[in-house]
Ligand binder design. Structure first.
Ligand code: PMP
Length: 397
């Protein structure tokens, strides 16, 4: 088959591959507890579903402007103004089918061959994949357990310079559930001003925080004119399958990104945009209830994992992932890496998890092993999964 050379550098999300294997194992009659997928198990709130259905009935089933319907751009502008404390105009908002296209289009718009793009490692695998796809050079920014899976100002400073086109941060963070410290955010904005690079702030988990309010670099002086804020509806309103998200960025870049949307997608489904408008402007109680449920599950998951020999699990501050250190368990089982543990857990314990290597290549000096477990699943599944993990850890061999 003829194909372009760039296909050799496109990565993927291992989560989708493991999901397919879980489905296959279940088809064969095996019982699997799945902690591998990053989406809320709750249904989309009723009022949001109704708004989508009503929009279809009203025949909101045609193209919309590429940047999105005006009332939704307005509502996002109001929401971001209120939550980040910086005035935002609707012209600075671009609506996309999911938040993922904001990563793709903003990188296409600002980075290319000869540019460097800094991204978190471990991190959402799509960053590195798209950086390579646009021909830029990926520069991993290590998030170390000792630093609470954040980065230090020194770590960042050592990796940026005149060739840096963009620095990507993700807080709350997939896969560790960490949040970036205020000190690190301030250093980031200072360096962005010094070297004139873009900040892509992936805040898709901004509504899912437990202990402190969400902090965004967008709120810092001097940040707004060089920041692309990514957020959306997938996680906060359990709308992953509707495909809707947004980016907020200076108007000139928003126009570029909208032009890329015209080239690639034309627009986001119009009735989906009406459902999102209802989500953002309607009753926020379903969001609060979902986050409370996640908090209880987080606490149970952390407590349960810390009782299992060979596992040490810090308390994550946001998102719906835990990222336990499993180095001792890997060694006790005579395995080489967390990747082998992931395989053994699926085959022997009937528990699906993802290993650290699904989130970027570990640095050569990295000698600790980690797993990511998503607790966006029922308390019953969490209890059953913890029992299986504990039985596996305590068994011989
Ligand atoms: N960023 C991060 C860090 C994510 O985890 C995800 C979803 N897994 C996305 C972006 C993409 O979200 P969406 O489904 O809205 O495209």
């Amino acid at each position: 088959m003829r194909r372009a050379a760039r296909m050799q550098v496109v990565g993927t999300e291992t989560a989708f591959e493991v999901l397919a294997r879980v489905a296959e194992a279940e088809r064969q009659g095996r019982s699997i507890v799945s902690f591998c997928i990053g989406e809320p198990d709750f249904p989309t709130p009723e009022a949001v579903k109704e708004a989508g259905i009503e929009a279809i009935r009203r025949n909101e089933t045609h193209y919309s402007p590429s940047a999105g319907i005006w009332p939704l751009r307005e509502a996002v502008a109001v929401h971001v103004t209120q939550t980040r404390g910086v005035p935002v105009a609707p012209e600075e908002v671009v609506i996309t089918p999911g938040a993922k296209p904001i990563i793709f289009h903003s990188l296409l718009a600002v980075a290319g061959p000869g540019d460097e793009v800094v991204y978190p490692n471990p991190g959402f695998p799509i960053y590195e994949s798209v950086i390579r796809l646009v021909g830029a050079t990926p520069v991993p920014l290590p998030l170390r357990e000792e630093a609470g899976f954040s980065f230090t100002p020194e770590d960042l400073e050592a990796r940026v310079g005149p060739r840096t086109a963009m620095v990507i941060i993700n807080s709350p963070h997939n896969p560790t559930g960490s949040v970036v410290s205020q000190e690190a955010l301030e250093a980031l904005v200072r360096l962005a001003q010094r070297y004139d690079f873009w900040i892509l702030s992936d805040e898709i988990y901004s509504r899912i925080v437990y202990d402190e309010p969400h902090h965004s670099p967008y709120a810092l002086p001097g940040a707004k004119e060089r920041t692309i804020l990514l957020d959306g509806f997938s996680k906060a309103y359990a709308m992953t399958g509707w495909r809707i998200g947004y980016g907020v960025m200076p108007q000139a870049l928003a126009e570029d990104v909208a032009r890329l949307v015209t080239n690639a997608e034309s627009c986001t489904a119009t009735f989906t945009q009406h459902a999102a408008l209802a989500a953002l402007t309607g009753d926020q109680e379903p969001v609060r209830q979902m986050v409370e449920a996640f908090r209880a599950r987080r606490d149970r998951m952390v407590q349960g994992l810390n009782r299992i020999p060979g596992i040490r699990c810090p308390v994550p501050q946001g998102a719906f992932y835990v990222f336990p250190n499993v180095t001792e368990l890997v060694r006790a089982k005579g395995l080489k890496s967390a990747r082998d543990l992931q395989e053994a857990l699926l085959a022997e314990a009937g528990v699906a998890v993802l290993s650290r290597s699904a989130f970027g290549t570990p640095a050569p000096e990295e000698d600790q092993e980690y797993l990511r477990l998503s607790y966006a699943t029922s308390m019953e599944q969490i209890e059953e999964g913890l029992l299986r993990l504990e039985a596996y850890a305590r068994s011989d061999g």
